[in-house]
Design a protein around this ligand. Structure first.
Ligand SMILES: [Mg+2]
Length: 190
């Protein structure tokens, strides 16, 4: 199968590290009121920040966060096994091109550093669903409901990776770890 996989909060614990940095930013650049609404998805609602603070935060820390983000458990091993089983692995990430000079290079360096194998990287392009046709995805794995919806409209099977921000969605098969994903893919192919 041709399997397309998101990076942030699908194979990497990005939000977890972003929150560490948001706290640091709040203390260094703002008055350090801390989190005022923990359920707000956007940092300028979660913290006592305005939209400019949010943009300044991303400009200041985004690259550092993405370079240092931790890989989710079992990812390198599961991806390696999937490739050994004959699957074609595409990592597809939009990230935020505005704050990152070379999204492809940053992503490639991070994958290599974490010993994660791949066949193709698509980085910094916002239209994941266009690639579903272009690259003929058989399976798409992402934590973002909008991406999952758009890609599934192309007739591609979708797995929604669990995060605190998508728990109210039950439109797709939900997964929350990479061993489960390996077993699911393997059972489909047997
Ligand atoms: Mg994501």
């Amino acid at each position: 199968m041709r399997i397309a996989i998101d990076i942030d909060d699908t194979i990497a614990n990005t939000n977890q590290l972003l929150e560490v940095y948001a706290d640091k930013y709040d203390k260094l650049y703002k008055e350090g009121h801390g989190i005022i609404d923990k359920n707000c998805y956007k940092f300028n609602g979660m913290y006592d920040w305005d939209e400019n603070d949010r943009l300044h935060f991303f400009e200041t820390y985004m690259v550092e966060v993405l370079e240092n983000v931790e890989v989710k458990e079992h990812v390198p091993d599961v991806i390696k096994r999937l490739r050994q089983d004959g699957h074609y692995i595409i990592f597809i990430t939009t990230r935020d091109g505005d704050y990152i000079e070379d999204c492809y290079k940053l992503t490639e360096t991070w994958l290599n550093k974490n010993n994660i194998e791949y066949d193709l990287i698509i980085a910094g392009d916002k239209r994941k669903s266009d690639y579903a046709d272009l690259l003929d995805f058989d399976l798409f794995i992402d934590d973002n409901v909008k991406n999952c919806t758009k890609v599934s409209e192309k007739g591609v099977e979708v797995l929604l990776f669990d995060t605190v921000y998508n728990r109210d969605n039950h439109d797709f098969k939900r997964v929350d770890n990479w061993l489960e994903i390996y077993d699911y893919i393997t059972s489909k192919n047997n």
